[in-house]
Design a protein around this ligand. Structure first.
Ligand SMILES: *Cc1c(COP(=O)(O)O)cnc(C)c1O
Length: 366
């Protein structure tokens, strides 16, 4: 018997479901009698095509992706999409961007290289999503980061641009909460996210794009990053990240089979995420020693930044946490303090163990 693995609170690449890792290990040398590792297969062979088709079908089912959206398996990550989206959608014209933290700020800076960018609203130093967006009626799209991984700010509901008087499609960077909750596709034109937070290994980027947004790429757009080309080739215009797609597919099967609180699949994972986040925020709020500064209206279910009352204890906190089997709790360098990322694959028991550790550390040092 091996001892249980520690709980890993990394913001990404992040913890994966243990049953998935075990299956990957078991199939490493010989995938289902094929005599090959998935890494060694042609992406155009029968075996891998079946893996990719099942992964896409399961993802479509889990997130109830409508038929008029294409699901693309790409590379380049969230930062790559910061350029790929404006190259495909901006038509070199106007783009409105809402800044709610570090990632949307980065997206805006990159989009400026391809489009006329206006900041529609900016969170600044506040900890709540700003209202009163300045939206241009002729913008090609509006960009929002629906979960700010570094700042711990999440849209609990997607903005309804039509209700705000904008006819533009909404683009969401949902890298760090993709597959943690349902997506209201009626409000979205394009969604993108890297796999390495909730879905699988780094190297795979998921893009969901509405059909009518295809076919407007700028001339300078690399062919391999032209959504229309990628869509027409079923994400096989060039070699896709085959191993990452395979692992992601196993994660989709794991989510589909998950049962929790009388629910199954995405509803189960969402309820588990709600419960995990509630437990952690309640412990932080009840303590006079720890502090999360994000407004309750937009606290992230996935990334929970917090500060110790005595920052001189930060190194000690991290060292003791590691000894207690709680890894990678250090906050992002731009924010400081701590951050617990509690993605889909983090079990409730991991958060319970963290909460017990928080109380114990406070009792001894608070
Ligand atoms: C992690 C992350 C990114 C960056 O992804 P890369 O794969 O490193 O390019 C972009 N946006 C958000 C919201 C993220 O969490």
């Amino acid at each position: 018997m091996t001892s249980p693995r520690p709980f890993n609170f990394s913001p990404g690449p992040a913890t994966l479901p243990e049953p998935v890792l075990r299956q990957v290990a078991a199939e490493m040398l010989d995938w289902q009698g094929s005599g090959m590792s998935v890494m060694e297969m042609s992406h155009r062979g029968r075996e891998f095509i079946s893996i990719a088709e099942r992964a896409e079908a399961d993802l479509r089912e889990l997130l109830a992706v409508p038929a008029n959206f294409r699901i693309l398996f790409m590379q380049g990550g969230g930062l790559g999409e910061n350029a790929i989206v404006p190259m495909n959608l901006s038509r070199g014209s106007k783009v409105d961007m809402v800044v709610t933290g570090s990632w949307s700020r980065k997206s805006a800076a990159e989009a400026r290289r391809y489009a006329d960018v206006q900041i529609a609203a900016d969170i600044g130093a506040s900890h709540t999503i700003p209202g009163d967006w300045r939206l241009r009626s002729d913008a090609a799209y509006v960009h929002v980061c629906t979960n700010e991984t570094i700042d711990g700010v999440e849209f609990h509901e997607l903005p309804d641009l039509a209700a705000l008087g904008s006819p533009a499609p909404l683009v969401i960077d949902c890298s760090s909460h993709l597959l943690s909750r349902p997506i209201d596709w009626s409000r979205v034109g394009l969604a993108f996210g890297g796999a390495q937070k909730n879905i699988g290994p780094a190297g795979l980027t998921l893009v969901f794009v509405r059909d009518d947004l295809l076919g407007h790429a700028l001339d300078i757009c690399p062919t391999a990053f032209n959504y229309q080309t990628v869509a027409a080739a079923q994400s096989m215009y060039n070699t896709p990240p085959t191993f990452a797609i395979y692992v992601a597919g196993l994660v989709f099967q794991w989510v589909k089979s998950l049962a929790y609180a009388g629910k199954r699949g995405l509803a189960a994972i969402e309820q588990r995420n709600v419960d995990k986040a509630a437990l952690l925020y309640a412990a932080l709020d009840a303590s006079g020693f720890y502090e999360n500064r994000v407004d309750a209206s937009c606290r992230s279910r996935m990334n929970v930044p917090f500060f110790l009352g005595n920052e001189a204890l930060n190194d000690r906190f991290l060292a003791e946490a590691k000894t207690a089997g709680l890894l990678q709790l250090k906050g992002h360098k731009s924010v400081g303090g701590m951050r617990a990322s509690i993605y889909n694959a983090m079990p409730l028991e991991g958060v319970e163990t963290l909460v017990a550790f928080l109380k114990d550390f406070e009792a001894r040092h608070g």
